[in-house]
Design a binder for this molecule. Sequence first.
Ligand code: ZN
Length: 148
Amino acid sequence: MALEELYKEVILDHYKSPRNKRALPGAELSCKKNNPLCGDEITIHAHLSDGRLAGIAFEGQGCSISQASASMLTEAVAGKSLQEAEGLADRFRGMMEGKVEPEEESFGDLVALRGVVKYPVRIKCAVLAWDVLQEALAGAGRAAEASH
Ligand code: ZN
């Protein structure tokens, strides 16, 4: 199977069977954004424990790329510290700008989205979930500063 076909399969699998797609009652972090160009909508919920993303889930609707990216994100950042999640978000953005070579270990299925780089109008779809995550993380940072 050509690599590009394999990537498509992985994206479709996440779209059809999204991981961690549910509400997360009592989540400390919740953030929602949309991509009006495509009609995508994503909400990310996360539980924080000791500065880590102890639980993470998403809700949303939209195209296969936006929803698959959100599903992959929840798998990639679960259990990570806020800094690690922030770092992965930066590297993911770098990959979508064609500047960063993804490492399989931290990217996991996210590697499949690199095929989207060739379709500039879809890059926003792939990055939407990460915009939501980074806004949620920024909120967590401010809350932590306020409590110290
Ligand atoms: Zn989209």
